[in-house]
Design a binder for this molecule. Structure first.
Ligand code: URP
Ligand code: ZN
Ligand code: ZN
Length: 457
């Protein structure tokens, strides 16, 4: 199917300009003024921006926590992604204890195969390290997976120790891979949780009180030092607060190569939500927890200044009913995570661009171009250029809507952004030239997403 998008304002990480875009064979084949071709379907997008398809490099779809399974699987999660303008996701294929990385990959391939409405790839989360797992990191590169994740928290489940972090970082340097880190001190969190439960304090607000900022700051600082000794590049996922970022800045000054991701929840929400009546605070139980409101604007500034590199969502959805409620008598049993993949672009546009906190070009950079460059997808993805995949989002800035759980495509019974106004409509979304959603509704009736083999940098 060939088409021409006519009259839109093209936005890349570098510039905004008016031009037509011609698409054929799934690729952008021409960009120019007054493009004509009778064989093409002409779409008038006058008055709208055209941005590259969003890339969310931090999702957890079809994740089994042991106690329950995420509300979104690859089908509903990727449908929500395209409805909101995200055309590529990278999910975490998580190694089970005693299993190999190949087994983790096979498991995730099975979960995702023939279910995805957007293009997709995986990072491998390593939870059980030994010499043969180290060797398997090479095999993952061959499978097109040059990125991994290690957890410094979730003791007894996912957490690894400093020796493993050091060895994995050395290996990643050797093979050109990148490791993302969940930075919180899991050992101390475990002590604080046990102590507070003994005092019979069980409500969701204790989630935040047992995961204080300082334990994210400590883990971030420790990671920076381990990376410095290992002389390896690192990626910090879901950074939530100013002080953790100060540790990154100090490390950068010492020459550590560190990339930072934050998420919309740390820009827009704050810890007051844990004081909501009853069990309502459970909706916001995620790790790291929401922080003091003062952090929101500081993080926006760091995005504008180029110190925060990417915005992922950490989409990890659990229904309030029956799933979050597993922790009604014990906050430590509330499954951690919240939904977000559907609303990332409209929230960033509304609360970042429309408020002049960031430019629209910077928005494209942190949500499309940089993720593509960092994770080995550029220039196939993440930009609007001749030869790139025709993953295109028509963003109409002349519409105002309210986010409501009842309208969402995400398969979950709430949204942390209920009632938030957004000053745009994700009017049309194209994945490799195929229209996959229109006005927030999925229009593609089969899962046409493909697995993306990525290269290391
Ligand atoms: O609470 C969160 N973030 N859940 C998802 C797993 C993780 O830590 O990224
Ligand atoms: Zn995490
Ligand atoms: Zn996560």
């Amino acid at each position: 199917m060939s088409l021409i998008l006519k009259g839109g304002k093209i936005v890349t990480d570098k510039k905004t300009y008016e031009s037509d875009i011609k698409v054929s064979g799934g690729k952008i084949v021409e960009i120019g003024e007054n493009l004509q071709d009778e064989s093409c379907n002409i779409i008038d997008v006058n008055g709208s921006y055209i941005i590259p398809g969003g890339i969310d490099t931090h999702t957890h779809f079809d994740l089994d926590t042991g106690a329950t399974k995420t509300a979104d699987d690859f089908e509903s999660g990727t449908r929500a992604a395209i409805a909101g303008g995200t055309t590529t996701i990278l999910d975490f294929a998580t190694q089970s204890k005693g299993k190999t990385l190949k087994e983790a990959l096979a498991e995730w391939n099975k979960k995702a195969e023939d279910k995805c409405y957007c293009d997709y790839g995986f990072h491998i989360a390593i939870t059980d390290w030994n010499d043969s797992i180290c060797d398997e990191m090479d095999d993952m590169i061959d499978e097109g997976i040059p990125s991994f994740k290690l957890y410094m928290a979730y003791k007894g489940l996912l957490q690894v120790d400093d020796g493993v972090i050091y060895k994995a970082l050395q290996k990643s340097r050797e093979i050109g891979a990148l490791i993302g880190f969940h930075c919180e001190n899991g050992d101390i969190i475990c002590e604080l949780v046990n102590k507070i439960l003994k005092e019979n304090k069980i409500s969701p607000r204790y989630h935040e009180l047992t995961r204080p900022e300082i334990l994210e700051v400590e883990a971030t600082s420790r990671l920076m030092k381990i990376a410095e000794v290992a002389r390896s590049r690192v990626y910090v996922v879901h950074l939530s607060c100013e002080e953790a970022l100060e540790e990154v800045i100090k490390a950068k000054k010492r020459g550590v190569d560190v990339i930072v991701e934050t998420c919309p929840q740390y820009l827009l929400l704050n810890k007051e939500l844990y004081n909501l009546d009853g069990f309502e605070g459970a909706k916001y139980v995620m790790s790291p927890p929401l922080r003091d409101k003062s952090n929101n604007d500081i993080l926006w500034n760091f995005i504008a200044e180029g110190i925060i590199d990417t915005i992922g969502t950490d989409h990890c959805s659990f229904n309030y009913k029956n799933q979050k409620e597993l922790g009604i008598n014990d906050f430590s049993k509330i499954p951690n995570g919240s939904p977000g993949v559907e609303h990332r672009i409209s929230l960033l546009y509304t609360y970042g661009v429309c408020t002049n906190k960031i430019t629209i070009n910077r928005m494209v950079e942190v949500m499309c171009t940089k993720p593509a460059k960092i994770f080995g997808l550029y220039p196939q993805k993440g930009t609007i250029d001749v030869g790139s995949d025709a993953d295109l989002v028509v963003l109409n800035p002349n519409r105002v809507k309210k986010i409501k759980a009842i309208d969402q495509v995400q398969n979950v019974d709430y949204t942390p952004y209920e009632g938030y106004e957004v000053k745009c409509e994700i009017e049309r979304v194209y994945l490799r030239g195929v229209e996959v959603s229109k006005e927030g509704k999925v229009t593609c009736n089969s899962p046409i997403g493909v697995y993306l083999k990525r290269s290391s940098n």
